[in-house]
Design a protein around this ligand. Structure first.
Ligand code: CU
Length: 210
C-alpha cells in the first residue's frame, strides 16, 4: 500500500522568514563592488557551515535567480544534504533510486509544504519564494533529512566548517546589513552595517561570540 503523503507531519518547527522589502531597484543595472571578510570565533566552532548574507537597505530589488538546483535521493539520502539557494530559486527533487523505492518530500521552516509521493524515475519541484531556513524530510523514510538556507539575494557566502574567510563579489553599491546564519547554532548571530562602493573591495571582520 502506498503511504499517504504528509500523514505523519510533525509539528512545524518555528523558524522566521527573513523579511526582505520589495524594491524596483535592478540588480543587473547597478554599479558593483565586493566584500571580503574574516570570521573570528571566541570558542571552538561546530563542524557545520555558516552563511554570511547581505540585506540591502531599501529593499533587495530584482536580481537574476539561478537555475533549478537538482537534489538526488538514491539510497534514501538527499544529495546535496545541505546547500544555499537564492530566494525565488527552484529545487528539483529527483528519485534516482535503482530499485523500486518511492520517496516523498515535505519541508518545514520558512517555507512549509508537501510535494507528495513519487516513484523511481519521477521528480517533483518547488520554487522557494521566501528566504530563511528550511528543513527537508521524507514521510516514508524517517531518517531521510536535509536542510536548505534560502538567501534573500545572491549576495551571500557559504563559509564551510573548516574555512574562516569569505568574499562576496558583484554586489550593487549601497548600504547593507551583514547577517550570519549557522547550520548548527553555537554563537550569537551577528548583524553589522557594511557599505559597498563601486569598484572597491570592502573589508569586514565578523566576531562570532558565544
Ligand atoms: Cu524517502
Amino acid at each position: 500500500m502506498r503511504p499517504v503523503s504528509g500523514q505523519h507531519l510533525p509539528r512545524p518547527v518555528y523558524t522566521r522568514v527573513i523579511q526582505a522589502q520589495a524594491a524596483d531597484f535592478k540588480w543587473d543595472d547597478a554599479k558593483k563592488g565586493s566584500l571580503k571578510g574574516t570570521l573570528k570565533f571566541s570558542a571552538k566552532r561546530a563542524g557545520a557551515p555558516i552563511v554570511v548574507y547581505l540585506l540591502r537597505d531599501g529593499g533587495e530589488g530584482k536580481f537574476t535567480v539561478p537555475g533549478a538546483l537538482e537534489v538526488r535521493q538514491e539510497g534514501a539520502k538527499f544529495a546535496p544534504n545541505f546547500t544555499v539557494l537564492v530566494k525565488g530559486q527552484t529545487a528539483k527533487f529527483i528519485n534516482d533510486e535503482k530499485k523500486d523505492i518511492a520517496h516523498n518530500v515535505y519541508f518545514l521552516g520558512a517555507a512549509e509544504g508537501d510535494l507528495g509521493i513519487f516513484e523511481k524515475g519521477e521528480s517533483v519541484q518547488h520554487e522557494f519564494t521566501e528566504a530563511g531556513e528550511v528543513s527537508l524530510h521524507c514521510s516514508i523514510h524517517k531518517n531521510m533529512d536535509g536542510k536548505f538556507f534560502i538567501a534573500p539575494s545572491p549576495a551571500f557566502a557559504l563559509v564551510e566548517s573548516d574555512a574562516e574567510s569569505f568574499s562576496i563579489s558583484g554586489v550593487p553599491a549601497g548600504k547593507y546589513k551583514l547577517k550570519t546564519w549557522q547550520k548548527q547554532k553555537r554563537f550569537k548571530d551577528v548583524e553589522l552595517e557594511v557599505n559597498i562602493e563601486e569598484g572597491k573591495e570592502a573589508g569586514v571582520t565578523v566576531e562570532m561570540a558565544r
